[in-house]
Design a protein around this ligand. Structure first.
Ligand SMILES: Cc1ncc(C[n+]2csc(CCOP(=O)(O)OP(=O)(O)O)c2C)c(N)n1
Ligand SMILES: [Mg+2]
Length: 350
């Protein structure tokens, strides 16, 4: 039986609602539209290419969840740091990584962002402060707090965003991390990308506490529920949390309610949900929403909108050409970039 969704997207709650004051500019809506369209089209193409067996490994699409990245990026600074799980294609796109290098990574080519050695789940871009791309569910939660600790130790005012799923929120490491992050007031924002499912298991099948923002309560961590279909709501929540972090007030937990339109990965019969549930969320699509705002306010002419759409199509076409023309990594790359301790007996030097 398909599990009933526990998370009809609601408006951002309490404090955020009271503090709503940001008037978003024309430029912001245009950027959100352009960036989210690029994320969406990149992934639609990636899905097709995967089915055509142009590349292998796993492939988890972020389609439907784009407003989280769009709102987070617009609310933060280029010097801030970002980490996420294996559903990681949209984050570097939002941060401005060249899609050619991302497509090349999917194809496992040496021109890829992880030199072709990471694939879909392990995108990294140090220049954009995008620190992965992590395949072990929840692993980035303590690592992200470690990054935030390092930034605080170095005396920067950078904030670290750690994104993870509703399933990852069930990892025990979250509690140790929350405890230390609060104790040391680390400049970190914990972002639950709550799409209500961990593979095929709904939140309501794993817990009696359906409101994941309550996970911060026993650590007295400021915690909020946010409508993840709205880039405006995400921006406001992240901006508020980033301001707290920069002031030295420590971490914030944001339970951002979102939805993935596609399956968990590319092989998912999706028996755990109904088509109507998917349609309900698609009717709140953040890209369509931004386009409507742009049209209603006449921020762009129809011709200018078409120019953006053609630019996106062209970027993806060029990215595929770039990937297909790039070489695979050479054999001598195999033991490079591998963490090892000097003299560790099980890694043979070649
Ligand atoms: C430690 C660990 N356990 C199990 C898995 C297998 N696994 C991969 S994705 C996933 C579901 C995680 O769901 P969620 O955290 O909600 O993220 P989403 O896929 O919805 O973005 C599981 C159990 C894994 N990769 N790592
Ligand atoms: Mg999930």
């Amino acid at each position: 039986m398909a599990a009933k969704s526990s998370q009809t997207p609601k408006k951002t709650t309490k404090k955020e609602a009271a503090s709503k004051k940001i008037k978003f500019s024309k430029e912001t809506y245009i950027k959100w539209y352009k960036d989210m369209l690029l994320m969406r089209k990149f992934e639609e193409k990636a899905g097709q290419l995967y089915i055509q067996q142009k590349f292998g490994g796993f492939c988890h699409l972020y389609i439907g969840q784009e407003a989280i990245v769009a709102g987070t990026v617009s609310a933060t600074r280029p010097t801030d740091l970002h980490m996420t799980a294996y559903r990681d294609h949209a984050h570097p796109i939002g941060l401005g990584t060249d899609v050619r290098r991302l497509m090349a990574e999917l194809y496992g080519r040496q021109t890829g962002v992880s030199k072709g050695k990471g694939g879909s789940m392990h995108f990294f871009d140090k220049e954009k402060n995008f620190l992965g791309g992590h395949g072990i569910v929840g692993a980035q939660i303590p690592m992200g707090a470690g990054v935030a600790f390092a930034e605080k130790y170095k005396g920067t005012d950078n904030v670290t965003m750690v994104s993870f799923g509703d399933g990852a929120a069930r990892q025990g490491a979250l509690h140790e991390t929350f405890n230390m992050a609060m104790l040391w007031k680390l400049p970190v924002i914990f972002i639950v990308e709550n799409n209500n499912y961990a593979m095929g298991t709904s939140v309501e099948r794993t817990t009696n506490v359906m409101d994941l923002s309550k996970l911060g309560s026993s650590y007295e961590m400021p915690s909020f529920s946010v409508n993840g279909m709205s880039p405006e709501d995400v921006h406001e929540a992240v901006a508020m949390a980033a301001e707290r972090a920069r002031k030295g007030d420590g971490p914030t937990l944001l339970d951002i309610k979102t939805y993935r339109y596609k399956g968990h990965s590319m092989s998912d019969p999706q028996k755990y949900r109904t088509k109507d549930e998917v349609k309900e969320y698609q009717s709140k699509d953040p890209i369509e929403h931004c386009l409507k705002v742009i049209r209603d306010n006449k921020y762009l002419t129809e011709e200018e909108i078409k120019d953006i759409q053609s630019w996106v199509t062209n970027e993806i076409t060029e990215a595929i050409e770039f990937a297909e023309q790039s070489e695979y990594p050479t054999k001598d790359e195999l033991y490079k970039d591998v963490y090892k301790t000097e003299g560790y007996p099980f890694i043979i030097e070649y």
